[in-house]
Write a protein that binds this ligand. Structure first.
Ligand code: COA
Length: 180
C-alpha cells in the first residue's frame, strides 16, 4: 500500500527506512514523551523495528500512521494518522484511532491539526469508516485542543496506568457537518 496525501503545507506518506534519524530525534525527546508514559527511546537501534511494525500494519490492516513531511523544507517532522487498534481500551477493541506526534521544534504551527484533518478525511471519505476514535491524557492540553479543533467530541474519561485519559469520538455524519 502506497500512501501520498497532500495538504496545504504537508505530505503524509508511508514510513521509510530512511526515517530512522527523524524518528530518533522525535522519540528520544523526553518532552515529546511527557504525556506518553515518560519512556523515551534511548538507542538508535530501537527505531528500525518500529518502522517495520508500522509497515507491517499497512500490509495487514490497510492503514497505519503516516510520516509527516513539511513541504517547504522536505523535512521529516513526525507522524500522524489512523491506526487499527486491536486490543481493548476503554471497552473498545478493533477501532480506528487518530494520533500524531511531532518533533518539538515543529510544535505550535498548526501542523498536528492540519495532518489530523487529512487523516479524518481519508478515514471517512476514502475508507468509509463509521466512527473514528482518539485518546489523550487529560493533562495534554495541546493534544486535547487538536482533537476538539478537528470536531471530535469528548465522550468520557478512563484511567490507564493510574493516568486520567480523555476518550473522543467522531462519527461519519458529524464529520460531514464539520466546519473547520
Ligand atoms: C500534541 C502535538 C502533536 C500538537 O502539535 P501542534 O502542531 O503544536 O498542534 P497545533 O498547533 O495543531 O494545535 C495545538 C493547539 O494547542 C494549543 N496549545 C498548545 N500548548 C498549550 C498549552 N500549554 N496551553 C494552552 N494551549 C496550548 C495551541 O495554541 C494550539 O491551539 P490554537 O490553534 O487554538 O492556538 C505536539 O505537541 C506533540 O507532538 N506532542 C508530543 C506528542 C503527543 O503528546 N502526542 C499526542 C498524544 S495523545
Amino acid at each position: 500500500m502506497k500512501f501520498n496525501i497532500e495538504t496545504e503545507r504537508l505530505i503524509l506518506r508511508d514510513f521509510l527506512e530512511s526515517d530512522v534519524h527523524g524518528l530518533f530525534e522525535l522519540d528520544s525527546n523526553p518532552e515529546v514523551h511527557r504525556y506518553l508514559g515518560n519512556n523515551p527511546i534511548k538507542e538508535l537501534h530501537q527505531i528500525p523495528p518500529i518502522i517495520q511494525y508500522v509497515q507491517q500494519q499497512y500490509i495487514e490492516n490497510g492503514i497505519g500512521r503516516w510520516a509527516v513531511i513539511e513541504k517547504s523544507t522536505n523535512a521529516f517532522i513526525g507522524w500522524s494518522g489512523l491506526k487499527l487498534v486491536k486490543e481493548s481500551r476503554n471497552h473498545h477493541a478493533n477501532y480506528y484511532d487518530l494520533g500524531y506526534r511531532l518533533i518539538q521544534k515543529y510544535w505550535g504551527y498548526g501542523y498536528a491539526t492540519e495532518s489530523a484533518r487529512a487523516s479524518l478525511s481519508y478515514g471517512f471519505d476514502y475508507l468509509n469508516l463509521q466512527t473514528i476514535y482518539a485518546t489523550a491524557q487529560a493533562e495534554n492540553i495541546a493534544s486535547n485542543k487538536v482533537l476538539q479543533k478537528c470536531g471530535l467530541k469528548l465522550i468520557n474519561q478512563f484511567h490507564e496506568n493510574e493516568v486520567l485519559e480523555n476518550w473522543y469520538e467522531i462519527s461519519q455524519s458529524q464529520w460531514g457537518e464539520y466546519v473547520p
